[in-house]
Ligand binder design. Structure first.
Ligand SMILES: CC(C)(COP(=O)(O)OP(=O)(O)OC[C@H]1O[C@@H](n2cnc3c(N)ncnc32)[C@H](O)[C@@H]1OP(=O)(O)O)[C@@H](O)C(=O)NCCC(=O)NCCS
Length: 150
């Protein structure tokens, strides 16, 4: 796992495009909104630390850690469709846990769309508790809340 440096931004943008192209049925124009260009991604980096996973020199996974008021929110976790179920998201999330502990956070949390059942299974497997639902919260879709105390 590497901390994302500026030169890695185009590859991360390409990764997000591969991931969200898989979800053409997302409400509104979410897929496009979550597929930034390099310039837009630079603004996503404000206050968020990103880590990336690589395989054969290519970026195959990414995670953002947004630390605020003593808690770390996981954002924009995604793994290349061709590299799933190989433990990449697990390793990225463990990196986020390490980062949160390093930042002396009391907890780490995530709020995937309810429809993202793989993400729910991942967080449960990693010892997060499902602690709530935001109903019709994101463009009329439910979000599930997961947290882990550190
Ligand atoms: C969710 C996601 C990041 C998981 O990435 P991954 O690298 O395949 O996950 P891992 O290989 O680390 O999986 C670890 C465990 O999570 C669970 N899991 C992961 N994907 C799963 C799936 N499709 N179905 C059921 N369980 C799943 C399993 O328990 C898995 O362990 P196992 O493979 O030994 O059974 C990936 O599917 C993805 O990018 N999805 C689209 C974007 C998304 O949902 N992002 C999350 C937003 S917060």
């Amino acid at each position: 796992m590497d901390r994302l440096a500026h030169e890695g931004i185009p590859e991360v943008c390409a990764l997000y495009k591969r991931v969200w192209d898989q979800f053409p049925e997302l409400p509104g124009d979410r897929a496009r909104e979550w597929t930034p260009g390099p310039l837009e991604f630079t603004s996503w980096m404000e206050g968020v630390t990103y880590f990336v996973a690589r395989s054969d020199g290519h970026t195959v996974g990414a995670i953002g850690c947004e630390t605020r008021a003593g808690s770390c929110r996981i954002v924009r976790l995604a793994v290349d469709p061709d590299h799933r179920r190989q433990g990449i998201a697990t390793a990225l999330t463990q990196q986020a846990l390490e980062w949160a502990r390093h930042a002396r956070c009391g907890s780490i949390w995530a709020d995937p769309l309810s429809r993202f059942t793989a993400a729910a299974a991942l967080f449960q497997r990693l010892g997060f508790s499902e602690c709530g639902v935001f109903h019709r919260h994101f463009h009329n879709e439910d979000l599930k809340l997961f947290e882990k105390l550190l």
